[in-house]
Design a protein around this ligand. Sequence first.
Ligand SMILES: O=C(O)C(=O)C[C@]1(C(=O)O)C=C[C@@H](O)C=C1
Length: 363
Amino acid sequence: MDEIWALRKEIDRIDEEILRLLNERISIAQRIGELKKNAGLDIHAPEREREVFERLLKLNRELYGGKFPEEALFHVYREVMSACLSVEKPLRVAYLGPKATFTHQAALEYFGFSVHYVPVSTIRDVFSEVDLDRVDYGVVPVENTIEGVVNYTLDMFLEYDLKIVGEVVIPIRLHLLSNLSNLKDVKRIYSHRHALAQCRTWLDKNLPNAQIIETESTARACEIVLELEDAAAIASEVASYTYHLGILAENIQDSSNNFTRFLVIGKRSVKRTGKDKTSLILAVRNKPGDLYKTLESFYIYGVNLTKIESRPSKKKAWDYVFFVDLDGHMEDENVKMALESLSKNNRIIKILGSYPKALFEES
Ligand SMILES: O=C(O)C(=O)C[C@]1(C(=O)O)C=C[C@@H](O)C=C1
């Protein structure tokens, strides 16, 4: 017992030191904020945040053998930088709501908790909020490893002149949420039909007799469950703390390969980090070999394409445009040359932006 108390004293001493350093850090961030404001620079600096994360994750591995878990270190620093940013400028971020959805989770992963979030009801609303400067950034889903591309998001890039400033990839993990402490007391299960479908195997095996009730969203399922004594909801981890519901069973989804990629949209370009992606929209004429010729520019300059997706141009029937993601930043020499050659041939409709690759890219 004495030893525990002695060790707790040690922890108290360390915490005081961490607290002192956190306060010192936030004061410095405040000074950087003022300098950036005077110079007319963007307050949010995603490329710098990426540098901070990567440096610390590397140091943690090299100096301490990764004793402090990587994901936890990421979250600690996500919140530290989110708080530092909030004293420089309170950010407003719109996302496809309602609250506690996976898009909300992606937004929190990208900006942390010290940001003012605005849940809106459609993907178009996210784009228009950013476009009208009612928020600084927006977060929208763009593709899922099981369901495929979110066409609506791609189409919005044809209508709005906004930039992609970042991406987040998150695993779609579903949990059984309830304030009950025993599985056998769960008589009713509420959730959105997609979430219910994704947990079919687990439900058949573990709760074969429970009544299944569909709701319009996983968030609504949580609200209902809060009022009931024999029910559970299937929803995300963010939903568990948003609605103060306990996690009765973790990771009950059938597939472990379920990831969604989200895009962060804004108005300005992001500086090079060395681990970037660029997205653009290309025009390809409806004649033999045209797609081949377009792609040749990437081949000539050694640019790796990570994705190519066609969508109707909406200008003419059977006329298509291509959404392309590639490895590298617009300022990288090979990307610059490929883009110059495409632009000479009038193939570029829009450059959607260069941005840091997702930090934890799992696909
Ligand atoms: O380096 C900066 O530009 C800062 O404002 C500091 C800081 C940080 O906390 O490290 C905060 C916000 C920015 O998005 C990036 C980094």
